[in-house]
Write a protein that binds this ligand. Structure first.
Ligand code: PLP
Length: 362
């Protein structure tokens, strides 16, 4: 976690025990912390404070957007096939439509246009893909949505993108935005959904009417303060970090291409997040590779980890049309703001050796 976030969480946990919904002084002190966090999150995302709904993370924010908007008046929800399951599964569960993506994971705008009509009430398109890092041209998506489904709310899952991209300007076209603390160096279990004023939202958690009646339950004040501190630090250091980390990522990708025969970059780097390095390695099972990498201290990933920690096949690579044999060797190396040149050197030592070992073992 970012030190600023640790400090903010610790300050609340050690000095601010009140329930922000109460009326006495201790409660008011907690309320002030919560509202300051809301103001900071709103400013970082180009929103108004009253548009920020704190949630238990990105998954809840996405679910709230889909069920809270599309669930109204029997509307139809639409999303691309490479969305995170936190969007995809609610949209499928609500009877919505899933549209094609291109070979980089970006939504196919023609397929999107063809799926839209007056009855569509929600379109959800992620700002950047969490597996391969591809960034969505959200303004182009918005133009299609406004032209073809004028009643639809445009939601963007910015959980992965917010660590690197200027959400305030890129998502200005969106009516709702999801973010999550742990993707920014903040705590796990806290996130937010921005819902622009005037967008109707049916709450999915009923109770005491907190968060302006959009999400009941005693708010996680420490989490909100940690999320806000992480987001403020992210925004302040973003352009420098993005340049530095993109340089590291480029060196990593080029080093892997040179050292591992049969390795291909999954998407063009130019259109991907600075911290994303996704490759596919022919003739290698990612699951076996991850075990060897883990033993050597390289903590990488393949598709998304499900709750059991087991790997499931990547629905993102499948949607992109990556042949299954190649997708089985999909390796997701993610860099963050704390990544160093030494980390890259280490990965460049470990990955080629591990791949050679697996190939030799056949
Ligand atoms: N959306 C995207 C794009 C993600 O990458 C993630 C987490 O990995 C989520 C949603 C879910 O967020 P959370 O882990 O905060 O529930």
């Amino acid at each position: 976690m970012r030190p600023e976030a640790v400090a903010a969480v610790t300050r609340v946990l050690t000095g601010c025990f009140g329930n922000p919904s109460g009326v006495h002084g201790t409660a008011r002190a907690a309320r002030q912390v919560l509202e300051e966090a809301r103001e900071a999150v709103a400013a970082a995302l180009g929103a108004r404070p009253r548009e920020v709904v704190f949630t238990s993370g990105g998954t809840e924010a996405d679910n709230l957007a889909v069920f809270g908007v599309a669930g109204r008046a029997g509307g139809l929800a639409v999303c691309p096939a490479a969305e995170h399951h936190a969007v995809l599964h609610p949209i499928e569960a609500s009877g919505g439509r899933v549209v094609a993506v291109d070979g980089t994971g970006r939504v196919d705008l023609d397929a999107l246009a063809a799926a839209l009509h007056d009855g569509v009430t929600l379109v959800s398109v992620m700002l950047a893909n969490n597996e391969v890092g591809t960034v969505t041209p959200l303004a182009e998506v918005a133009a299609v949505v406004r032209a073809r489904a004028p009643r639809a709310v445009l939601h963007t899952d910015a959980v992965q993108g917010a660590a690197w991209l200027d959400v305030a300007s890129l998502a200005v076209v969106a009516d709702a935005i999801s973010i999550s603390g742990h993707k920014l160096g903040g705590p796990k279990g806290i996130g937010a959904l921005v819902v622009r004023e005037g967008v109707g939202l049916t709450p999915q958690v009923l109770g005491g009417g907190q968060e302006l009646d959009r999400r009941s339950g005693t708010p996680d004040v420490a989490g909100a303060a940690g999320l806000a501190a992480a987001l403020v630090a992210t925004v302040a250091g973003r352009s420098h970090a993005a340049r530095r980390v993109a340089g590291l990522r480029d060196r990593l990708a080029e080093g892997l291409l040179a050292a591992v025969p049969g390795l291909v970059e999954t998407v063009p780097r130019a259109g991907a997040l600075p911290g994303s390095c996704h490759v596919c390695i022919g003739g290698v099972e990612a699951e076996a590779l991850l075990v060897l990498l883990d033993r050597a201290g390289v903590h990488a990933s393949a598709a998304s980890a499900c709750a059991s920690g087991a790997l499931s096949a990547s629905h993102v690579l499948a949607a992109m049309g990556v042949p299954p044999a190649l997708a089985r060797g999909g390796l997701r190396l993610t860099l963050g703001v704390t990544s160093t040149p030494d980390d890259v050197d280490r990965v460049l030592d470990v990955v080629p050796a591990a791949v050679a070992r697996l190939r030799g073992a056949r």
